[in-house]
Every structure is written in structure tokens, then in C-alpha cells.
Design a protein around this ligand. Structure first.
Ligand code: ATP
Ligand code: MG
Length: 570
């Protein structure tokens, strides 16, 4: 491809609307243009990158036995009504009507369609296992489409669905996809981690998110410092390590103490001169069933997802001031477990270990000192309900946990019989008994992966593409397009590298070399091959690696080998 014919409109200025680096650079370097909020046109540079990512994904899906299909984007409402999701999916679902007033959705995901396909075609255990996938646009009317391709309303996803006879089969399929995802993101040249994630209130089922590590990531990841231990979890799911009880303290008699205006842990610790580890923080929540008091140590934060899962409820909200007053008899800030009635009490395991704790007295401006579980109050449930922080011991091996920010580029999920039951996707086993097909679903955000690659790999001058997904392997720049020797050598390089199977762009624009160098850095070609007057005379080429800035001069005859070597390293 020659730059004079190539459609890559770069911008000199930083686009004002772009908040994150990948969005800025994708616009500036001429990869995308905005069509509507969260809806983008992909220009040739972006298409080249996406094509390479898709190719890697296809190879790895096929390697594990996946078969590519293409399902419709337009999905009939009836199927969504059958699964029960038409009503619960909410405003994220794009809905439309045809000329006969029949309702449809633009697919945000394809469980309904694929399950209805399989229920019609698979009826015997002999047809299982089966893995079907597609790469296609998805539609989600996100509340806040932002960050360019990171959170779009139209985006490209690879989604695979696995169909097995039982949980064991599902586990095999799940591990195949786990391996495939590891290979995909590795091949894309990205630094990432598969992390344990929360599977929602249904619980029990496995799910992992694949996170590209980048400071701009919206998710927090905790992972073990010990590289031999592969524990990694998103922060909502991270489990606390089991702690042994400390030194035994003698139980002291309970004392009620006036603490005027001290509502927060900070105020109470300052007033009483005690560490926050001695305080039991009591928070009241309302669920669809009951009021719940959740107890955590004063220096900890409640993890509402863990609490929700422990309670097995659908809705969980901090109780309002009126409810707190009604249940505890005191205004917000003075709740404690002693004497608390008409409410369930859930305690974090660390709370059990506090001897002679301080809690609210369920009385305005008062706290209790020397409170001890067993003697002074009872809890219904002891369960991990708090956020884990960096520096705490790994729940698997005890080494300290480190924290990083991550971008979720993929997720794998054991669905079990969730969709096959409601949609009636069954098979007959060897004994002729009807069984629900056991399913898994596995997504990769293709467009988000492209953006995440930039978030992880850029500098002040522009993008630094990992070689495997770069739009071109190299750009060839003749310093002067008026110098015949340079133009000829650049043309020869272009022909020979193209013939050897490399993707190269010849920057034949009649621009100053400085402008071309700037564009090359902005667009982020892994290699820049410069032909100047001196090197041209000797039939030599200056090879510059975008990532390291390393420059070497190579004879034309050795160039192909050199380019191959360098790309393998990037
Ligand atoms: P998120 O939590 O970021 O909203 P999700 O968990 O809802 O994502 P999934 O249903 O797991 O997303 O979809 C699979 C993959 O599709 C995600 O891992 C992500 O890479 C990608 N994806 C999801 N939503 C978007 C979006 N709005 N724009 C771009 N990619 C997306
Ligand atoms: Mg997800």
C-alpha cells in the first residue's frame, strides 16, 4: 500500500472530546471517526488491526473445536420473552418494531438465538459436545457510552457457546476456552491476567474475566505477588485469607460511654483514642425480604456483592435514616449488634476475632466498650462480606496481594442449565432419558481489545502496536521523494518485503521527512525503514524500532531477515 493512495486522515490537534488515550489516538491517527454517541466508523487502519485480532481469535477457537456460524443481529422479541429477559434486560436492550408492529431486539448477546437453534437440531447425546461461535456486531444502549471503542453502543464481539451433556463436560469446554483466551491475548502481545469474577446471585458457577493491565482500566485486580502462585481476582470477588486468632485478651465488663456527635469510625477512634481495628462497624441494609445488620471491622469496607450473595437476595440497599431509627432506636451512626432485634445479623470473620470491641449502643451519642461476641450478642451468619485490599495475604499462598487496574477484554462463564431449562433445549441420554443441555458462554470484545492494546502500549508520540496486531509491519520512508535513488530503493524494499509476505506501507507522500516521521510514530508501525541520500547510495536502510527507539543500519540484501528477526521480538 502506498500512502498517497491510502485513506488514513490524521489530525494535527488532540480531539477535545476524547477522554482516554486510546480514543484520542484512534481519532488522531486516523483509525476511527464518530458517527453517533458510542457508534463509530472503522477506517482502513482500524480494519487492518481488527482483521488481525479476528484471525488470531478464529485460529484459537478452531483449534479448540469451535465452529464458526453467523447468527442474526435482529432477534424476535418472542425468544426474549420465552427466556424471561425481555422484561429484565432493561433500557440497555435496543428494541424496534417492524411494519407489522412485531417487536424485535438488536442483539446485545446471543444466548436466546443459539439455544433456540440447538434445541431444534440437537436431540441426542451423540451430537454433544458442541461449540459454536461467531464474530459480529453487538448492540447495547449503554447508559454512558464513552472512552471511544472501550464502551460503545455498537461494538464487535466474538461469542462462543458450548453445549455439553453434564457439568464435567462443561468443565472441559470451559478449560478449553480458558486456554484459548490465554493464547489469544498472549499472541496479541498484551500483558493480561485471567481473574476470578463474581457470577451473580445464582452463585456456584465459575467465571473468569480476562483483564488487560493498564492504568486507565475501570476494573481493579488483586493478584498474588508470588509469580509461582496464579491467584488473581477482580476486587469484588477477592477472598480474604483465613486468619488465626491473635493473643487472648481477658473479657472486660461492658461499659456504655457517651460519644457526642461521633458517628464515623474516624470520629469514634479519635474521641476514644483507640485503633479502628477495635471497632465493629455496623451497617443496616434493606433487602426485598428483611433488614440486615452487616458487621465489619472499623478499618474495612463492606463488599455489597459478597453480602448480596451471602444473603441470597435480589435487591440490597443501605437502609434509610427512618429504618435505622425504627430498628435500632437511634439515629444513623450509633448502631451496634448488642440488643439488636427484628433484624438479621451477618458478621465478617474478622469481627469474631475482636476482643473487647467498641460498637454503637443503639442510643443517640453513645457507644459500648468491651463488647464480645458469644457473651454479648449473637449473629446468624459469619461470612466474608468485606473488600480485600492490596497488601493483605493471598488466600491461596499467603504472599502479599498486589493491585493493578485492568480493562475487561473477555469473559468466560459457566451457564449450566439456565437457558436450556427455560427454552427447553434437551437431549436424550444413553438410557433414553431427557436431560437439559449444559451450556457455557465465552465473549471477547474485539474492538475493546484494539483500544486496550493502545491503552497499554503508547507514549507521548503515539501508538506502539504489538507486531502481531499492527496495521502494517513496517513503514518505508524515503527522506526525499525528489531524490530518484531514494525513491527507487524505497520501491525495491517495498516490492521485496511485500513479496516476502510482510504488510508494508510506502510513505511516498511529497511531505517533509519530519512530518512523515511524526505520523509514523503516531500511527505506531512497529518498524520504520528510512532511506536517506547517504544510505541509498550504499543500498542500505536505517531500521528503527518504534518500541525501543533502537536504530540500526542494514544492507538491502539482509533487510528481509532483519525485519523478520525484529518483528519476532516485538
Ligand atoms: P462491561 O462489564 O464492561 O459492561 P460486560 O461484562 O457486560 O462488560 P460481556 O457481556 O461479558 O460484557 O461481553 C463480553 C465482552 O464484550 C466484554 O468482556 C468486553 O470486552 C466486551 N464489551 C462489553 N460491552 C462492551 C461495550 N459497551 N463496548 C465495547 N466492548 C464491550
Ligand atoms: Mg463481562
Amino acid at each position: 500500500m502506498r500512502a498517497t493512495e491510502f485513506f488514513a486522515p490524521t489530525l494535527r490537534e488532540m480531539p477535545a472530546e476524547a477522554e482516554v488515550v486510546s480514543h484520542q489516538l484512534l481519532l488522531r491517527a486516523g483509525f476511527i471517526r464518530r458517527t453517533a454517541a458510542g457508534v463509530y466508523t472503522h477506517l482502513p487502519l482500524a480494519q487492518r488491526v481488527l482483521k488481525k485480532i479476528k484471525q488470531i481469535i478464529r485460529e484459537e477457537m478452531d483449534r479448540q473445536g469451535g465452529q464458526e456460524i453467523l447468527m442474526p443481529i435482529i432477534q424476535p422479541a418472542e425468544l426474549w420473552q420465552e427466556s424471561g429477559r425481555w422484561d429484565v434486560y432493561g433500557p440497555e436492550l435496543f428494541r424496534l418494531k417492524d411494519r407489522h408492529e412485531r417487536s424485535f431486539a438488536l442483539g446485545p448477546t446471543h444466548e436466546e438465538i443459539v439455544t433456540s437453534l440447538v434445541r431444534g437440531e440437537v436431540n441426542s447425546y451423540k451430537q454433544l459436545p458442541l461449540m459454536l461461535y461467531q464474530i459480529q456486531n453487538k448492540y447495547r444502549d449503554e447508559r454512558r457510552p464513552r472512552f471511544g471503542l472501550m464502551r460503545g453502543r455498537e461494538f464487535i464481539m466474538k461469542d462462543l457457546y458450548s453445549f455439553d451433556r453434564d457439568e464435567e463436560g462443561l468443565h472441559v469446554s470451559y478449560m478449553k476456552m480458558h486456554e484459548a483466551y490465554n493464547r489469544i491475548f498472549q499472541r496479541c502481545g498484551l500483558i493480561f491476567r485471567p481473574v476470578e469474577a463474581d457470577s451473580g446471585a445464582i452463585g456456584g458457577s465459575d467465571t473468569h474475566e480476562f483483564m488487560v493491565l493498564a492504568d486507565s482500566g475501570e476494573a481493579s485486580v488483586l493478584y498474588c505477588r508470588d509469580t509461582k502462585c496464579d491467584y488473581a481476582s477482580n476486587v469484588e470477588k477477592a477472598a480474604q485469607a483465613v486468619r488465626e486468632p491473635g493473643e487472648k485478651e481477658d473479657l472486660k465488663p461492658i461499659i456504655e460511654k457517651e460519644t457526642p456527635g461521633c458517628r464515623t469510625v474516624e470520629e469514634v477512634t479519635r474521641f476514644l483514642g483507640i485503633p479502628p481495628q477495635k471497632i465493629i462497624k455496623t451497617l443496616l441494609y434493606e433487602t426485598e425480604k428483611e433488614v440486615v445488620a452487616a458487621l465489619v471491622r472499623g478499618d474495612r469496607e463492606i463488599n455489597e456483592i459478597k453480602l448480596l450473595n451471602t444473603l441470597g437476595c435480589l435487591r440490597l440497599e443501605l437502609a434509610g435514616a427512618n429504618t435505622v431509627l425504627r430498628v435500632t432506636g437511634a439515629p444513623v451512626g450509633f448502631a451496634g449488634p448488642v440488643g439488636l432485634k427484628n433484624c438479621k445479623i451477618v458478621a465478617d470473620p474478622e469481627v469474631v476475632l475482636i476482643a473487647n470491641a467498641v460498637t454503637g449502643a443503639n442510643k443517640n451519642d453513645s457507644h459500648l466498650l468491651n463488647v464480645n461476641m458469644q457473651r454479648d450478642y449473637h449473629v446468624q451468619t459469619v461470612s466474608d462480606i468485606r473488600m480485600v485490599q492490596a497488601g493483605e495475604p493471598c488466600p491461596r499462598c499467603g504472599s502479599p496481594l498486589l493491585e493493578a487496574k485492568g480493562i475487561e477484554v473477555g469473559q468466560i462463564f459457566k451457564l449450566g442449565d439456565k437457558y436450556s431449562k427455560v427454552l427447553g433445549a434437551n437431549y436424550l441420554d444413553e438410557n433414553g432419558r431427557s436431560q437439559p443441555i449444559i451450556m457455557g458462554c465465552y465473549g471477547i470484545g474485539v474492538t475493546r481489545t484494539m483500544a486496550a492494546a493502545i491503552e497499554q502500549n503508547h507514549d507521548n508520540d503515539g501508538i506502539i502496536w504489538p507486531a502481531a496486531i499492527a496495521p502494517f509491519d513496517a513503514v518505508i520512508i524515503p527522506v526525499s521523494t525528489k531524490d530518484e535513488a531514494q525513491v527507487n530503493l524505497a520501491g525495491e524494499i517495498y516490492d521485496s518485503l511485500s513479496a516476502a509476505g510482510f504488510d508494508v506501507l510506502l510513505d511516498d507522500r511529497p511531505e517533509r521527512a519530519g512530518v512523515k516521521f511524526k505520523d509514523a510514530d503516531l500511527i505506531g508501525y512497529p518498524l520504520r525503514l528510512t532511506v536517506g541520500s547517504r544510505t541509498a547510495a550504499e543500498k542500505k536502510v536505517e531500521v528503527r524500532v518504534r518500541k525501543t527507539g533502537e536504530v540500526t543500519v542494514t544492507a538491502f540484501n539482509d533487510l528481509e531477515k532483519r525485519v523478520r528477526e525484529l518483528l519476532a521480538l516485538i
